[in-house]
Design a protein around this ligand. Structure first.
Ligand code: BG6
Length: 469
């Protein structure tokens, strides 16, 4: 029988986590605090006003203790047959404040150990250089990415990690969900928008610095690790017009452009023409240094990584609210939702793949897709997470359709293959994993790992290269 759902040869099946949501050990071995370490309830509505309270519970401080338990976790990923693991390097483990001249050796050693462990199991590390975890000092003292100085700090950090992991890491990505600059700027750009009147000016100036830093990182990567690949990373959950009213359709298109602006610059290597109007109408004046635009043009990203969780709908004139996973808009009557209210829309993933491939003709990597839910532990101790399995199946079937449509897809990394701290809210009970971690929202639990029903299902999907779907 000819299979209908086989995926390409060498397809990068795996999972994705982020340092700050998994590692814990927030102040061990010389690590400095990053923004997450000062937030008790996640990054979406987080403000950094207070000092870190030594008596309070902060979810990132211990997270799931991946820092000490990575061997056990990597062995479980290997058992599922992972070809890759996407994780991030915690910038503040390497440069505790972000602005030092010399890196922290103990931090570098940790990632050596982690990458060695992955490679030992035949798992490629896919590395995000900055995943919503700007060193706190850079936000408090410099104003985050609004400050041009961060370009040099980031470039130094890149140079150190590229040289160090030259023989271990081939797949890199710059800034996680860079297009979240508009909706969750603290996460994406380490900036606190204190002055509403300067909001867009600050966002676009910080974005320019992120573009320059991304191009500088790509240039360094080419020099230091020839053949390695640098991706950009966006949150691209789709937004539909709420009706066929031309105003809804066009405003939705403009809203989509606000995201695609980031990939337009990072993949086409230049500011798009439509940006001129945005800058003009909002009185935005970018400080662009000589050589910036040439650098951006010369060093575009090699591939586009994106997260896809859900879809939403937009009506002309309505306020635009953001969250992890994308924009929060109006309900779509044709879709059901997760218990966290995220609409489930597998076909939207096929749509985005086609949209992006038509626009850029560059390889696509689905680096986040997942289903956050509570776990019910049965009397016999098992966790039957059939809804997660259904979400996974439906999205992979649509991804396969996208491949049939002609999209070039490098791989698929499920978000949170092991339960981790939620970026948005800091909850532990919003679980994405194929592996349960015994820990609750207040930080109680043994941290014991337990396979859910979906664990074996994902293992079979990978083992058959998708044919079992
Ligand atoms: C993405 C982020 O936006 O969404 C992840 O890159 C995050 O860091 C994921 O965890 C899911 O969001 P949440 O808020 O459910 O953790």
């Amino acid at each position: 029988m000819i299979s209908t759902t086989s995926f390409p040869e060498h397809f990068l099946w795996g999972g994705a986590i982020a340092a700050n949501q998994a590692e814990g050990a927030w102040n061990e071995d010389g690590r400095g605090p990053s923004i997450n370490d000062a937030l008790r309830h996640g990054i979406v509505n987080g403000v950094l006003n207070e000092a870190i309270d030594p008596n309070a519970y902060y979810p990132s401080h211990e997270a799931i203790d991946f820092y000490h338990r990575y061997k056990e976790d990597v062995a479980l990923f290997a058992e599922m047959g992972f070809k890759c693991l996407r994780t991030s390097i915690a910038w503040s483990r390497i440069f505790p404040n972000g602005d030092e001249q010399q890196p922290n050796e103990a931090g570098l050693q940790f990632y050596d150990n982690l990458f060695d462990e992955l490679l030992k199991h035949g798992i490629e590390p896919v590395i995000t250089i900055s995943h919503f975890e700007t060193p706190l000092h850079l936000v408090r003292e410099y104003g985050g990415w609004t400050n041009r100085k961060l370009v040099a700090f980031f470039t130094r950090y890149c140079e150190v990690i590229f040289k160090r992991y030259k023989s271990k890491v081939k797949y890199w990505m710059g800034f996680n969900e860079i297009n979240h600059m508009h909706t969750i700027p603290l996460a994406a750009g380490g900036i606190e928008l204190r002055n509403p009147e300067r909001k867009l000016q600050d966002i676009y100036q910080a974005s320019h610095h992120l573009f320059v830093a991304s191009a500088a990182a790509t240039k360094l990567l080419r020099e230091i690790i020839p053949g390695a690949r640098m991706g950009c990373m966006l949150s691209l959950s789709i937004i539909y017009p709420n009706s066929c009213h031309p105003d809804d359709v066009f405003e939705t298109y403009e809203l989509r452009r606000r995201s695609l602006f980031y990939s337009d610059v990072l993949l086409h290597g230049e500011y798009p023409r439509y940006a001129e109007r945005i800058f003009r109408e909002h009185g935005i004046e970018l400080a662009i240094e000589p050589g910036d635009l040439e650098l951006i043009r010369a060093y575009p990203a090699d591939y586009i990584g994106f997260s896809y969780y859900r879809s939403t709908t937009h009506k002309a004139g309505m306020p635009i609210l953001g969250n992890t996973g994308g924009i929060m808009g109006l309900d779509n009557p044709y879709l059901t939702k997760t218990s966290w209210g995220w609409p489930i829309d597998p076909k939207g993933l096929r749509y985005v793949c086609n949209e992006i491939y038509d626009r850029y003709r560059k390889p696509i990597f689905i680096v986040e897709n997942g289903f956050g839910d509570k776990d019910e532990i049965g009397a016999d101790g098992t966790i039957a997470d059939d809804s997660r399995m259904q979400y996974l199946n439906q999205h992979l079937l649509e991804l396969h359709q996208a491949i049939q449509d002609g999209c070039e897809i490098m791989g698929y990394t499920w978000w949170g293959p092991i339960d981790i701290v939620s970026a948005g809210t800091g909850e532990m009970n919003k679980r994405y994993g194929f592996i349960h971690v015994d820990k609750d929202n207040e930080g109680r639990g043994t941290l014991r790992r337990m396979k859910k029903k979906s664990f074996d299902w994902y293992r079979q999907i990978i083992a058959t290269n998708g044919e079992i779907l």
